[in-house]
Ligand binder design. Structure first.
Ligand code: ADP
Length: 403
């Protein structure tokens, strides 16, 4: 290393052992993407896109802003699973992803090709460049979790994609009939080279459960997945069966309606991992809203004057803002507050319908509060504010409380 080294290897021609080449690309300036999770497999057809889609559906159900970047350029199957058949639009600022029925953002080559049955016969560098553009030129907006359906294998194209995108963790998908040991070893080595943690191993098409006798049949023989995972110090986070209703939902573009618990553990791991990283980065940010009238907590959530929204960092209020109540329509306000990034709502009274939607979106509800909005937020942060859990059922204003 020369004495004048300023660590800017990108603009320096010196050949030294400490040379660091940064291939990473910046996302579009209108995108704010918090977590990028790559889903990889040893070869095509093992269910990588299936796991990507199901994970996006679960995280969306948990209330996170979720996106899928379909980097499997030669075998794009994400749009089909979500029933997306329109074309993506663009303007002078960039390219807009399509949004699924439940609000997951998707970009895929199939949303750009004139005819989705046209084969993509491009060479590796062009494919890798297209994926980079999905990162740099697409206006993703605010995304909590982006899942990247990686090109299959561990060759040049996935490697370039890994180098260009700031992937926070990878999920490895295998099926029992693959040469599991070799494939997992390759994927783990690639992750190590890129210094990306492996979140876990998913064995897809693990077994078939007979609908008549409930017995599990291991069609591909005894699985070696646990042993292989142990060798690499990683966890088998899910074993998914071959399920004809899952394949059917996918074929009909209705993957968002499919309910299962196979990947719940992985989703929890992901949330925990994010929480730990936030703590490691030293800052815990949270938005708290108080339904207010004139600075005091309102007795009627749905008809309050405004929502006082407090930005907190590490348990302290750093900013407050009064957001006028945009108007009460059944089911609308919880979604509105969720879109503002609110994680706790404090109110006097609230209808059961609104409470249910907040619960669904993982937003904590404190009801029965009385007093000044600012004082209530401070008591909440000190852990002293307790919800009475009371729900407006039948008092005369019941329709004013968000029912
Ligand atoms: P990959 O992304 O690895 O190429 P896909 O996710 O596209 O694989 O899956 C290949 C095919 O197998 C798809 O038609 C998909 O619907 C089907 N499939 C995947 N996983 C399952 C499963 N667990 N049960 C039934 N069908 C599945």
């Amino acid at each position: 290393m020369s004495e004048e080294c300023n660590q800017s290897c990108g603009t320096c021609g010196e050949e030294c052992t400490d040379r660091k080449v940064d291939f990473s690309e910046q996302p579009h300036e209108l995108s704010k993407i918090k977590k990028v999770i790559g889903v990889v497999s040893g070869k095509g057809g093992v269910g990588k896109s299936m796991v990507t889609s199901l994970m996006a559906v679960i995280m969306k159900r948990k209330g996170y802003n979720t996106a899928i970047l379909d980097a499997d350029i030669t075998g794009p199957s994400i749009p089909k699973a979500f029933g997306l058949n329109q074309k993506a639009k663009s303007n002078e600022l960039g390219l807009f992803p399509l949004t699924t029925k439940t609000g997951i953002e998707v970009m895929s080559i199939n949303l750009l090709l004139e005819n989705e049955t046209d084969p993509v016969v491009w060479r590796g560098p062009i494919i890798a460049n297209t994926v980079k553009q999905f990162w740099t030129d697409v206006i993703w907006g605010d995304v909590d979790y982006m899942f990247v359906d990686m090109p299959p294998g561990t060759g040049d194209v996935p490697l370039t994609v890994f180098q260009s995108l700031p992937v926070d963790g990878i999920i490895i998908v295998t099926s029992p009939q693959e040469l599991v040991a070799m494939i997992v070893t390759k994927a783990v080595k690639m992750a190590k080279m890129m210094k990306i943690p492996v979140l876990g191993l998913v064995e897809n098409m693990s077994y078939f459960q007979c609908p008549d006798c409930d017995k599990k049949h291991y069609l591909f023989g005894e699985s070696r997945i646990e042993e292989v995972a142990k060798q690499h110090g990683i966890e088998v986070v899910a074993k998914m069966p071959i399920d004809s209703s899952l394949a059917g939902a996918c074929d009909k573009g209705l993957i968002e309606l499919f309910d299962n618990t196979w990947l719940d553990h992985l989703a929890e791991l992901l949330e925990k991992n994010t929480e730990e990283n936030t703590k490691e980065n030293g800052e815990q940010k949270m938005k708290i809203a108080v339904a207010s009238d004139n600075g005091m907590v309102s007795g009627h959530f749905g008809h309050c004057e405004n929502f006082m929204i407090y930005d907190t960092v590490d348990g302290k209020v750093v900013k407050s803002e009064a957001v006028p109540n945009p108007g009460h329509k059944p089911g609308f306000l919880p979604v509105f507050l969720n879109d503002q990034g609110v994680k706790v709502i404090i109110s006097g009274g609230m209808g059961g319908g609104a409470v249910d939607i907040f619960n669904e979106k993982n937003i904590e509800v404190i009801t029965g509060a009385q007093g000044k909005a600012a004082d209530l937020v401070n008591s909440y942060l000190l852990g002293e504010l307790v919800s009475t859990g009371s729900v407006c059922h039948e008092h005369q204003h019941h329709d004013e409380c968000g029912e």
